[in-house]
Design a protein around this ligand. Structure first.
Ligand code: GLN
Length: 478
């Protein structure tokens, strides 16, 4: 029976198995079928994945050069374009839309020999923390089907959790990779803003969005990151900094680090007591190992969620204006008395789900002339202050540690009528997106309720190598 542990081991399996890619694809296709009830996939590319596997097997036998991700089976969140395939941000408004080009990340995966097995379910337009906002139904947590997977990249997290692929890509605007990774017990990595091209990523909030990686081990995260990062003429916000060979630099070789943690986070009233206790115990273990771990003040904690929701909804209201039934998207059936305004209204009301509509309204409000300064400008000022504070912290510390989410995975339906409670689930993750730094959730802990939870690590801009090294070291604490 095929079993996956890491890309490295898979590659040695391929070296001794002539039809190895085909064996692997068949294995995952049957796993996906067995786990259909989890609703992690919106579409599975059976025929195409098998054909590609056969081609890759043949190329390997013919001695052709092998890509870094040769035969690696990945799944992509339904916001990342794959040429010739449907893409819809799990929204009814984009039902039936086919992508005419590849996202840069997709292109780079394919160039290194990856096999894309399907597209993952997610919250509509990546807005949500539980995957309950998808037009195609909730994704279930594989460990307990009554619990949420987290969101918005729930399908991508569950695909790795339930062994439905080797690694997957999601997007992280405020925690959408780290939070479901925490709920599912896998690694979720969000790089610095500008590390991975956003070309071909359906935008939610452009100054926050980043593609992120789900995997089972840090070596694989590093390898996928190295493949999909780097300059791109199609994204004006991308960094031209050279991409290090992350996968060769994850060994920290016994280095002692300087960690900061926010007192206000560990003492937060919404933080589950057991999560706080395990995070504190982890801090003590780090100290005992000779690392420095110190508290720093974070008086702005109460402002991060409001600032995030003012700015992201403002950007979303602008980004989503193109889905109007004319330029893009679903068009409502009109009666003969309906005018152009009615066309927009009906199409957008029928095409967008409730949460997306709420955010478009909120974003339009904070951008409206009477309220612009009070909300949008104010929030931009808070964002600036957060950036300054962050720069000061990283003058003295290598990384900030915190729990990823205040609770473990909650029940499906538990928070769906309470948007504020749902938004508060993002309290520890949105900070990294507000300031653009890399962050990861690593699955170190288990709660007495049986569910896993993670530790979040954040490092300075473009210090992905440090983050990977620390993560790799800490995975050893498991
Ligand atoms: N839960 C957050 C939100 O709903 C984060 C979403 C994301 O990162 N895409 O905005």
């Amino acid at each position: 029976m095929f079993a996956f542990t890491s890309i490295k081991e898979y590659h040695s399996f391929l070296a001794s198995t002539p039809n190895g890619c085909t064996v692997a694809v068949n294995h995952y296709l049957s796993k996906i079928e067995e786990n259909k009830h989890l609703n992690a996939f919106l579409e599975v590319f059976e025929t195409e994945a098998l054909q590609r596997a056969e081609q890759l097997d043949a190329d390997r036998l013919a001695g052709k050069p092998l890509g870094k991700l040769n035969g690696v089976i990945v799944a992509l969140k339904d916001v990342i374009c794959i040429k010739g395939h449907k893409v819809g941000a799990a929204s009814k408004i984009l039902e039936g839309f086919t992508s005419i080009y590849n996202a840069t990340a997709t292109e780079k995966l394919l160039a290194e020999g990856a096999i894309i097995i399907g597209r993952n379910n997610c919250d509509e337009f990546a807005m949500g923390s539980s995957n309950e906002n998808s037009a195609y139904g909730t994704v279930k947590n594989a460990l307990d089907n009554t619990l949420v997977s987290g969101g918005s990249s729930g399908g991508s997290a569950v695909s790795v959790q339930a062994d439905l692929c080797m690694a997957s890509l999601g997007s992280d605007t405020g925690g959408s990779v780290r939070q479901p990774a925490d709920f599912c017990g896998v690694i979720g990595f969000k790089p610095s803003y500008g590390r991975i091209s956003r070309y071909g990523l359906i935008a939610y909030a452009s100054s926050f969005d980043q593609i992120g990686i789900f995997s089972k081990n840090i070596e694989d995260t590093a390898l996928v990151l190295e493949v999909i990062s780097g300059a791109d003429d199609f994204d004006s916000t991308i960094s031209t900094k050279p991409v290090p060979e992350y996968s060769k630099q994850i060994d920290s070789t016994g280095k002692k680090y300087r960690f900061a943690y926010f007192k206000e986070v560990l003492e937060h009233e919404g933080l589950d007591k057991e999560i706080a206790a395990q995070a504190n115990a982890h801090i003590e273990a780090l100290k005992a190992d000779g690392h420095t771990v110190e508290p720093v003040d974070f008086k702005m904690l109460p402002y991060v969620v409001p600032t995030y929701y003012v700015l992201t909804t403002a950007e979303a209201s602008s980004n989503l204006s193109r889905f109007d039934g004319v330029k893009f998207g679903y068009r409502a059936n009109l009666s003969k008395d309906d005018d152009l305004t009615a066309l927009y209204k009906k199409s957008r009301s029928e095409g967008f789900g409730k949460e997306v509509q709420r955010r478009i309204l909120l974003g339009t409000f904070v951008l409206s002339s009477g309220y612009f300064d009070a909300y949008f400008t104010k929030a931009q000022q808070v964002r600036r202050l957060l950036c300054d504070t962050t720069n000061d912290i990283f003058k003295e510390y290598d990384a900030i540690i915190s729990p990823t989410v205040p609770t473990t995975a909650f029940k499906i339906g538990e928070k769906s009528d309470d948007p504020i409670a749902m938004y508060l689930a993002d309290i520890f993750t949105v900070f990294a997106n507000l300031v653009g730094i890399p962050a990861v959730s690593i699955p170190l802990f288990k709660h007495s309720n049986g569910m896993p939870f993670g530790l979040q690590l954040m490092s300075s801009h473009y210090e992905e190598t440090t983050l990977l090294q620390i993560s790799s070291m800490m995975m050893g604490y498991k």
